[in-house]
Design a protein around this ligand. Structure first.
Ligand SMILES: Nc1ncnc2c1ncn2[C@@H]1O[C@H](COP(=O)(O)OP(=O)(O)OP(=O)(O)O)[C@@H](O)[C@H]1O
Ligand SMILES: [Mg+2]
Length: 442
């Protein structure tokens, strides 16, 4: 039944019924209104909460947010814009986005609206006008679409470039500092191993120098005896007296000795020269370019010095053939070999049997050099840490823990390989592989 009919029926039944019906209708309408009001209030509350939620996200963003309509007029900005540029939020609403941009970037920005029809703009560097000068940003710009998918504007998000640049510069500086520190460490480790060797070298130099001295003293005495004899000849002394003098001064033996004295002195001088050369090669900070060098000589020199300096006797079993050549910096490889042999000798301090085995052989385009000891070996959990910088099991002051880490760097840079493992029969085993020729074949 429609309302009118209902009213007409009520009127037919008399005016009182009609009023009752009207009042009922009004009551129903009022109840509906109250219900709608409650619903609207609930919706309002929900909207308010959503708005607050989004506002709080926007204002906590450190990146600048600018929302524009399809003509580039600003509809919304966040607090980061105000914080970075000093432009007050409300004052920019309704102005053109381009008004915020430094003039030299206008051309870039003008094309944003067209560009985003094809694809979003990513990491476009530009500057916004700021109260204290231009504010560099890395800007992303994405299309904003309505429910039907039509473009209604754009959303710009700008990350302050100053921050990124600062972080980048800081990173760069830290990297440079680290590199410097690393170079210093490499150098100091080198000096430490050099220090260990210096005592050996001093001792080593003493030998040839002392026999050069001895020979020179003998030569001095011989010269005096020869001068006496020649003076007698000059004075025209008789043949018999000269003969007697020759016997008394033992000149025949002296002449026989002369050659060996000179040879011995030469040998001593050569030895001194060799030692100095080895030392110079090892201590130079700047190495010339890589070249083929006598690895056998490097191994033997290193072994010789370390064994000489070793505080406990070590049985050496060396089967390194003469004239094995490798390619690289001989000084650096010397440092590696010294460390491998020194580590092996150190590991045997407490061993009953101290046997150091060195062998080397050519395998294809490489030289394989092995150092094996009968020492403590390396425990399972330490095996993976051997090449870590500063990893050492030696008492403070006796090892920096840099030896293997630096050696590893040197060997990798040479295109070679360095491995440490345990011998099945006890002790450790180091394998060093080096290329023979320029192009690394390892
Ligand atoms: N042949 C070996 N046998 C047993 N342990 C070894 C052997 N070689 C190396 N190690 C272990 O590896 C550690 C690290 O060696 P690395 O040469 O790097 O440093 P280091 O010898 O302790 O000190 P540095 O070489 O700087 O004087 C040693 O402290 C030792 O514990
Ligand atoms: Mg070492």
């Amino acid at each position: 039944m429609t309302h009118d009919k209902h009213l007409a029926t009520s009127l037919d039944n008399g005016p009182e019924d009609a009023w009752v019906s009207v009042i009922q209708k009004m009551d129903e309408a009022y109840a509906d209104l109250v219900r709608y009001q409650v619903e609207v209030e609930e919706k309002n509350l929900e909207l308010e909460e959503n708005k607050q939620f989004f506002d709080s996200i926007q204002s906590s963003m450190s990146d600048v947010l600018i929302v524009c309509d399809h003509s580039g007029y600003i509809q919304r900005v966040n607090r980061a814009l105000e914080f970075l540029t000093g432009s007050v939020g409300e004052s920019v609403i309704g102005t053109r986005f381009t008004d915020l941009v430094e003039s030299r970037f206008l051309q870039k920005v003008d094309s944003f609206l067209n560009q985003i029809r094809i694809q979003p703009v990513r990491d476009c560097e530009l500057e916004l006008k700021g109260v204290d000068g231009p504010v560099p940003l890395s800007m992303n710009c994405s299309p904003r679409k309505n429910r039907r998918g039509r473009l209604v504007g754009m959303v710009l998000i700008g990350r302050p470039l100053g921050e990124l640049q600062k972080a980048y510069i800081e990173l760069n500086n830290t990297h440079a500092e680290l590199k410097l520190a690393q170079e210093r460490l490499v150098q100091s480790e080198k000096m430490a191993s050099l220090g260990r060797l210096v005592a050996g070298v001093a001792h080593e130099l003493n030998n040839p120098i002392s026999f050069v001295y001895g020979n020179m003293h003998a030569l001095q005495r011989y010269t005096a005896r020869l001068s006496l004899y020649f003076d007698a000849i000059n004075e025209g002394q008789s043949r018999e007296s000269l003969k007697a003098m020759r016997e008394a001064l033992r000149l025949d033996k002296l002449i026989r000795d002369l050659n060996s004295l000179v040879d011995g002195t030469m040998e001593g001088a050569d030895r001194v020269k060799e030692i100095v050369n080895d030392l110079r090669q090892f201590s130079s900070t700047q190495e010339s370019e890589k070249k083929r060098f006598d690895l056998t000589h490097v191994i033997r020199t290193a072994l010789h010095w370390i064994i000489k300096e070793s505080k406990h006797p070590v049985e050496v079993r060396e089967t390194v053939p003469d004239g094995l050549f490798a390619f690289g910096h001989s000084g650096q490889i010397h440092q590696v070999v010294v460390n491998l042999i020194q580590n092996a000798v150190d590991a045997m301090i407490d061993s009953h049997e101290k046997i150091l085995t060195l062998n080397a052989e050519q395998v294809a385009g490489t030289i394989e050099f092995r150092v094996s000891d009968t020492g403590s070996g390396v425990s399972g959990e330490n095996l993976s840490r051997l090449f870590d910088p500063f990893f050492t099991t030696k008492p403070v002051g006796q090892g920096t823990g840099l030896g293997l880490s630096i050696s590893y760097g040197i060997v990798s840079e040479h295109g070679g390989k360095l491995e440490i493992s345990n011998n099945p029969t006890g002790g450790a085993h180091a394998l060093l592989v080096l290329p023979i020729e320029e192009s690394p074949v390892v």
